[in-house]
Design a protein around this ligand. Structure first.
Ligand SMILES: NC(=O)c1ccc[n+]([C@@H]2O[C@H](COP(=O)([O-])OP(=O)(O)OC[C@H]3O[C@@H](n4cnc5c(N)ncnc54)[C@H](OP(=O)(O)O)[C@@H]3O)[C@@H](O)[C@H]2O)c1
Length: 420
């Protein structure tokens, strides 16, 4: 404490307890309010710019009419009355929660009236095994006891596990109609810290890009056999020319430019499109969709966050989650929309295997026949932005992807590697 005589006269005039309260207020400000203000303001800008990026999806403005709810329900009722159009064999990656789970439920619901003996494989990590088994036995099986639902346990952020699971399916099946990929999350919570799998890949990048592309590649023979459909749910149509900032640092490892959640998620979206487009170009008899679900309240926004009591946690709880709940698509609606994407002839496919679409057919990308689909089920080729990305990054992205596949094949995984 300062001696009384050193204080300015105006302050010395205050009684001691008033000055103490003043100091306490200053401490409170420094400890709580200052970090709140300094963290939340830039954070708000980041989230706002991310949401504005989503809403300014170039594509949605200049494209096809939105597929109405009535059209979706009519397609689904057609599916119910013509069970031959249901996918005979499907593989769901990430259906233990969220969009994958609601789509799986919509599929089983559609198969219920005909009691079709469809077969569904779904991957599941050990932490979700019990809830998934309960979900299957209490919610899915009563709808269609003849549906065969097989859990494949594994940690699919590891590419070695992707190979193992794919090999196990290949040994049992001759074809696949549907590969539905939703595992992943936006790595917003980690700040600049990379969280890596045992194979040295950033966890979200592995889930949202490498493992998805590897699943497709490993299962190409089965998909070709049934002229199947692949749907990767992430951000189709949201690609921007700046989405990939450094083609020589596709794993976002460099210091300086480094790892940032917002930047990473934007890049994973673009990599998904570029990688899937290469596969779509080379495999024209398979239908490829990269879909953006819009906003769906699934709890995905909490994933990747280490500390729920951090300022980011408070911000998500107070601002982001209520916004998502208010503006987001309901789970049931989301499941129906994605089942529509799985089965509608709007996106091409074998006539006898898809539900006929009477309106204008969807337009795929010029560079390879990939359908970029938004939350209204519209096709959004996003050509202007893709042209730039293709020239700047597609070759590099593909070379890099193959290099990562080769590198990880040689490395013995040193454990699960994912954060809890
Ligand atoms: N929801 C949205 O509004 C929204 C908007 C745009 C884009 N997306 C993207 O769309 C995709 C699906 O979103 P969602 O809302 O359905 O997600 P979600 O509800 O959070 O489900 C994600 C799925 O990924 C699995 N998963 C997460 N971390 C994993 C890990 N380390 N290893 C293995 N599996 C893991 C989860 O398995 P467990 O059950 O075992 O945890 C779960 O099945 C995500 O990539 C998301 O980023 C979502």
């Amino acid at each position: 404490m300062f001696p009384e005589q050193m204080l300015p006269s105006w302050l010395a005039a205050y009684p001691h307890h008033v000055r103490r309260r003043r100091r306490q207020r200053q401490t409170t400000y420094k400890r709580f309010l200052q970090p709140a203000i300094t963290n939340l303001i830039p954070l708000s800008f980041k989230f706002l710019s991310f949401f504005s990026l989503l809403s300014s999806s170039s594509s949605s403005k200049k494209s096809f009419k939105m597929v109405s709810h009535t059209q979706i329900l009519s397609t689904l009722s057609h599916l119910t009355s013509s069970p031959s159009k249901l996918p005979r064999v499907s593989l769901f990656i990430g259906a233990t929660n969220g969009i994958g789970k609601t789509t799986l439920k919509a599929l089983i619901t559609a198969s219920a009236p005909s009691q079709s003996p469809i077969r569904i494989y779904l991957t599941c990590r050990s932490s979700s095994l019990q809830t998934t088994q309960t979900f299957i036995s209490s919610e899915l099986k009563p709808l269609n006891p003849k549906a065969e639902i097989i859990i494949l346990q594994g940690e699919i952020s590891l590419l070695s596990e992707v190979r193992r699971i794919s090999a196990s399916i290949s040994s049992k099946e001759t074809g696949i109609d549907l590969l539905f990929l939703t595992a992943g999350y936006a790595p917003f919570g980690g700040g600049k810290t990379r969280k890596e799998t045992g194979e040295g890949l950033e966890v979200a990048q592995s889930l949202e890009y490498y493992s998805r592309i590897l699943f497709i590649r490993e299962l190409l023979p089965l998909l070709k056999q049934y002229k199947g459909r692949v749907i990767s749910v992430l951000g189709g149509g949201l690609e921007k020319p700046f989405s990939i900032s450094d083609v020589n640092d596709l794993e976002l490892r460099e210091k300086g430019s480094g790892f940032l959640g917002y930047k990473a998620q934007t890049q994973y979206v673009a990599m998904n499109t570029l990688g899937m487009e290469v596969l779509a170009r080379e495999n024209r008899d398979i239908t490829f969709l990269h879909s953006w679900p819009g906003i769906v309240s699934t709890g995905n926004v909490w994933r990747g966050l280490d500390d729920r009591r951090s300022w980011l946690g408070w911000f998500i709880w107070l601002v982001v989650e209520p916004l998502i709940k208010f503006f987001g698509t309901s789970e049931e609606d989301c499941g129906q929309r994605f089942l529509f994407q799985c089965c509608s002839g709007l996106y091409g496919g074998e006539e006898e295997r898809v539900v006929e679409w009477e309106g204008e057919k969807g337009k795929s990308t010029e560079g390879g026949g990939l359908f970029l689909v938004n939350y209204k089920c519209q096709c959004t080729p996003n050509e202007n932005n893709l042209k730039v990305l293709r020239e700047k990054a597609q070759e590099k992205v593909w070379e890099h992807t193959l290099e990562v596949f080769q590198r990880t094949e040689e490395v013995q995984a040193t454990g699960d590697g994912t954060p809890s």
